[in-house]
Design a protein around this ligand. Structure first.
Ligand SMILES: [Mn+2]
Length: 467
């Protein structure tokens, strides 16, 4: 049986009513995800419902679609009652009427009626609002429904619909924040295990596998593939059969979800064996200082791009202190020199997706007319730049990395040589990387770190490593 929606039926009905008001007129198509084959048709990847479908209907099972009719003020759920075959193989399943009731609507129709419903709207010259598809199956279905080539369905996406969805999903209610904190409960336990196991000889993927099992055991899933590696400078490193080396740094970026699919996304970096070297500790404190500066700068009305720049300035200042950077930190950041060490963004929105709403377009979520995406290397990787509002949930995750091919290239070009002491940087070969990430709610007067604390001060991290 699919889990019931995390919120009551009225919540979903109210969200759809607001969507109808925002759309003004026309029909909006919410395609639910189907099962997705991995290596043969009957062997599926774990089912993952579309997050916007979850947001407006809460129904976490395949084979469903919905049409929100803004003119009629009505939502229709398309799907069918489970047949005997489904019950034999998968056990008792809710009827389509029961699902409709959970989602706060009473109009249902068989799946085959969707084509006719959309056709009728098109024939009447009504606007059919769609979202940009991110699965090939949806590109094909939308193409058939709209009478266009599958590739053209991306361009067909409705700007009004996309903006309406972002406007609702970007600000989290207390109940949604509570779901993120449930995700952080399991995420915290995953990280405590990772720190505990950061011992010489520990196999990366054995630790990562146990962490991921905790997410499944708690009724959720991992919010994204777990990173647990002493090659922290490789951003999306897949845990391998590699054993940790005493004295290295184990970077762990991982998150579990709540059963409702709200996500956690935390990074900690621990010294393998439980003691930071002097050099490691110095860089760790630079990253921590940048993170703390960013955390205290968060409040409504502040542009996240400016918070990113503030964190970068703290990094540049700290790196100057240990001799790797030189000159005026302010100017170094303006020129983008710090991006040698920090080539990614300070953070992103978090919610039903780890990169919340990214399927709707990174820039529509993270930027607006007032704040546009920079083209400068490093800053161009910032997913969220615009002004913060109360209710946003976002990540704060500065880092310092020693990425050998990047250092080599910049050094050979003499890039930003005014701000970088390449000889000093060479002493850090093989250092790896350090990132510290927390999840934060923007409140009326600042930022609140969500979830129970996870060791972060260097002494606390050292103490959390098992011996
Ligand atoms: Mn993140």
């Amino acid at each position: 049986m699919p889990a019931p929606p995390p919120f009551d039926a009225d919540t979903y009905a109210a969200r759809r009513r607001r969507l109808m008001e925002q759309l003004g007129s026309g029909v909006a198509l919410l395609l639910g995800n189907g099962e997705s084959a991995s290596n043969y048709a009957a062997n599926h990847y774990p089912f993952r419902q579309d997050s916007t479908f979850l947001y407006f209907l809460g129904l976490d099972c395949p084979g469903l679609d919905a049409v929100v009719d803004a003119d009629a003020g009505r939502t229709t759920l398309f799907g069918e009652d489970p047949g005997l075959e489904a019950v034999i193989w998968e056990g008792p399943q809710p009827s389509i009427d029961a699902l409709a009731q959970q989602a706060g609507l009473d109009d249902t129709a068989p799946p085959g009626a969707l084509t006719e419903t959309v056709q009728r709207a098109r024939d009447a010259g009504r606007m059919v609002h769609t979202l940009p598809p991110y699965r090939e199956a949806h590109r094909r279905r939308l193409g058939a429904l709209l009478g266009c080539k599958p590739e053209a369905t991306d361009d067909h996406a409705s700007d009004v619909f996309i903006r309406a969805v972002v406007a609702q999903r970007e600000s989290k209610t207390d109940a949604e924040v509570a779901e993120v904190e449930k995700a952080l409960d399991v995420t915290r336990r995953m990280h405590l295990l990772a720190m505990q196991e950061a011992r010489s000889g520990a196999v990366e993927r054995e630790v990562a596998g146990r962490m991921e099992g905790m997410a499944r055991a708690a009724g959720g899933e991992t919010a994204f593939p777990t990173i647990f590696s002493e090659r922290g400078e490789v951003f999306h490193n897949t845990p391998s059969a590699q054993r940790l080396t005493g004295g290295a740094l184990a970077l762990c970026d991982a998150g579990g979800t709540a059963p409702s699919r709200y996500a956690g996304d935390i990074t900690r970096t621990a010294p393998v064996g439980g003691a930071f070297s002097q050099k490691q500790r110095a860089v760790y404190e630079i990253v921590l200082d940048a993170q703390e500066a960013a955390l205290s700068a968060i409040e409504p009305g502040v542009k996240y791009k400016d918070v990113h720049r503030l964190a970068a300035r703290h990094l540049a200042d700290g790196l100057k202190g240990v001799g790797m950077m030189k000159g005026d930190p302010e100017e170094a950041v303006r020129e983008g020199a710090h991006a040698l060490f920090f080539p990614h963004g300070l953070g992103h929105m978090l919610g039903l997706d780890a990169h919340d709403m990214e399927a709707l377009g990174e820039d529509v979520v993270g930027y607006d007319d007032e704040t546009t995406r920079s083209e400068q290397f490093g800053l161009n990787a910032l997913r969220l730049g615009r002004e913060l509002k109360e209710g946003f949930v976002l990540t704060v995750e500065p880092g310092v990395y020693f990425i050998e091919p990047l250092i080599e290239q910049w050094r050979s070009e003499g890039r930003h040589a005014r701000f970088i002491d390449y000889d000093a940087v060479a002493d850090y070969e093989g250092f790896g990387g350090i990132r510290i990430e927390d999840d934060v709610l923007v409140t009326s007067d600042g930022g609140r770190i969500l979830g129970e604390p996870i060791p972060k001060q260097p002494e606390a991290v050292e103490a959390a490593v098992g011996n």
